[in-house]
Write a protein that binds this ligand. Sequence first.
Ligand code: C2E
Ligand code: MG
Ligand code: MG
Ligand code: MG
Length: 289
Amino acid sequence: NADVAKNRAKLDGRGGLQYFKQHFHDELVRQHRLAEGLERAIANRELSLHYQPQVSTVNGRIENLEALLRWYPADGESVSPAEFIPLAERTGLIERLGEWAMEEACRQQAAWRAAGIVDLRIDLNLSGRQVLAADGLERFEACVMRHGLRPQDVGIELTENVLIEADDRILAKLRRLYHRGVRIAIDDFGTGYSSLSYLKHFPVTALKVDRTFVRDAPQQPEDRAIMEAAIFIGHRLGLEVVAEGVETGEQLALLREMRCDLVQGFYFYPPLPAAEVFPLLVAPSATPH
Ligand code: C2E
Ligand code: MG
Ligand code: MG
Ligand code: MG
């Protein structure tokens, strides 16, 4: 990566600098190609949504799905959202991608409802640009209504950094969504740069404890303490608490002990295409394998 290249450049003198320039140039070319490909991804039908179940620690039922974008370019290997989402944010394309994801999640939710699955929520990740755009939240609400869905059928995940940046106008809109029954979750809770005081006046219904804490909780007392504190504060504020990135039975046991409400992670299910989620939803109860 760039830091490594930079350090090498310092150590190696001119040869290193050459290496660094080449590396930097290659990376720019790659990003440029990706951006071009992403521009065409919607029209080329290369995007899809996967859905990752969130399971109740109380009864093992799937209560919620997180919708996650997938990009399989027709002429190449799949690209991770961890790469193309930040790219789309930089180029402004995120608003169109977000719009596509919104439309697709609502279409899918309406189809599942028509098939008799009526008490399932789907949560969408909204990027900062979507939330802060003049009409971003209106578009979300309009999309939900256009598909004949209720406000509680489709929720949103935001990061704390987005909430911190929101001005009064945006906050008023979020509050309206909240009062209509839209679920609003704070994603990656505990990794932002903000103080906890924002929880006092921001309209949220759930906290998602970041997976780095979950990952290390069994071995690291500090991570365990932070995870426990996050669950505690969430509950004291009347919020639902979700743990992300649950991969082991040990992590699950801790989360159960701490009364975390919902768990999400590879231990249960990876993000899955809609066709693979459907049978899980009609099964009487989802038990971890
Ligand atoms: P996120 O919202 O925090 O999503 C959770 C990420 O953790 C997903 O990565 C998911 O596949 C991954 N994950 C789930 N369970 C486990 C586990 O047990 N272990 C590990 N190691 N990872 C697990 P993914 O799908 O690659 O997405 C990465 C990020 O990209 C998301 O983080 C989200 O910030 C963003 N993203 C994805 N889809 C969208 C979208 O439609 N809109 C926007 N704005 N952002 C999106
Ligand atoms: Mg998320
Ligand atoms: Mg998350
Ligand atoms: Mg996370």
